[in-house]
Design a protein around this ligand. Structure first.
Ligand SMILES: C[N+](C)(C)CCCC[C@H](N)C(=O)O
Ligand SMILES: O=C(O)CCC(=O)C(=O)O
Length: 372
């Protein structure tokens, strides 16, 4: 969408722009403007990096003239005490018309098992691999629902890894990069066994928990082992509504987690329900197995266990548990900052491969694909 500027004018302290579609004018302080100049002398056009020296600019600098280009696409500014003019694209000025950091632009559909079971967000392997249109469909579904399935994926680690790399590079962790595992006790973690694992997110012991996780079951010859996925944001909103006190506890207590074994001692703290700067849900970080010992004052300790019990009760309530068996050919990629995963105990042989992706890299790809 292009926004047309109607008039521009300089006042004592700011540039004022009247947009054709807006009733009130936008105002830009002069120092901020000069600091964000898009002209060659102030911004590196290849790297999009600032190259004006912010700290040598006169604090009280003033504009003496503002001019709109013929086609209305840019504004040029002439400054007091400076030869060079500054240039600003209309799109940039429109984007910066309001103060405050951009609201998280993540419309999403929170779900209970019944609400999602009948229509799991699904794309085909061939579409994702064929081009950006299929890839964009996949990442948009994950951003909206917190997970998406890729069906008809060749049941090989190679095809699975290629799928992950369609989005971005793979996140290395103590488990390696792309992993392919069975119940072989390869690491000091229950994933490498056949036991039941309750709903959790991975990497609570990591300062930057893996943003996304991919699973592809390559071989299964046994019983049990059904997978479970829970929309942690839906559970969080349930708690926010049902029990504000518990919500306050779960969003404010930094819970330490640790990975002790395999020659490492990883440790990090996260509130179980993490909020962004604008109070929106940002990250669920929950793994009761990896929660490290910590003490709170007695009354706070009681509140914490009370909140934890409510959280645990809801994530284990079948109404929030989407259950299905991972089978060869069906890949699931889910948001590990939102969707918890779990596994029933199983008997027999089960081979799973997959990978972690960083939150920032997935969102970067989403932005790039949206720009087209
Ligand atoms: C790497 N692979 C996904 C196979 C296993 C990772 C184990 C993750 C651990 N249970 C946690 O909650 O962080
Ligand atoms: O085996 C599974 O289905 C998942 C194991 C698990 O929870 C994990 O790898 O984090």
């Amino acid at each position: 969408m292009t926004f047309q500027m109607d008039t521009v004018r300089t006042t004592d302290n700011y540039l004022e722009i009247q947009w054709k579609d807006d009733v009130k004018p936008s105002r830009y302080p002069y120092f901020w403007l000069r600091d964000h100049c898009h002209a060659l002398h102030s911004m590196n056009q290849e790297t999009n990096q600032r190259q004006v020296d912010t700290f040598s600019l006169p604090v009280d600098l003033k504009a003496v003239e503002a001019k709109l280009s013929e086609d209305g696409s840019t504004v040029s500014i002439r400054w007091e005490k400076e030869e060079q003019k500054s240039i600003y694209p209309a799109s940039f000025l429109r984007e910066m018309a309001t103060t405050g950091l951009a609201k998280s632009d993540h419309p999403s559909s929170l779900w209970t098992a019944d609400e999602i079971a009948g229509h799991l967000p699904t794309v085909s392997y061939d579409d994702v691999m064929a081009g950006d249109e299929g890839l964009k469909s996949w990442v948009e579904l994950i951003d909206y629902y917190g997970f998406a399935i890729v069906d008809n994926t060749p049941a090989t680690p190679e095809a699975t890894e290629a799928l992950a790399r369609r989005i971005t590079y793979i996140r290395e962790t103590i488990f390696g990069g792309f992993w392919d595992f069975t119940a072989n006790q390869a690491f000091a973690d229950s994933a490498y066994s056949t036991v039941e694992i309750g709903p959790h997110t991975d990497g609570t012991y990591s300062v930057d928990s893996p943003g996304y996780q991919m699973f592809h079951c390559l071989e299964f010859d046994g019983t049990g082992g059904e997978s479970i996925f829970v929309d942690g944001f839906r559970v969080a909103e349930e708690i926010r509504t049902r029990d504000p006190k518990a919500f306050d506890t779960l969003t404010s207590v930094p819970v330490p987690a640790q990975y002790l074994g395999d020659g490492v001692h990883l440790r990090a703290e996260h509130p179980i329900i993490g909020l962004g700067r604008d109070g929106t849900l940002q990250q669920i970080a929950y793994n009761n197995y990896d929660r490290a010992p910590f003490r709170l004052e007695d009354d706070q300790q009681d509140d914490f266990y009370r909140g934890l019990r409510l959280f645990n009760e809801l994530i284990n309530d079948r109404c929030f548990q989407l259950r299905f068996g991972l089978r060869p050919g069906t890949v699931v990629l889910f948001d590990n900052w939102r969707v918890m995963h779990a596994r029933d105990a199983y008997q027999g042989h089960r081979r799973l491969c997959g990978a972690y992706l960083n939150k920032e890299d997935f969102l970067s790809k989403l932005r790039v694909l949206r720009k087209g």
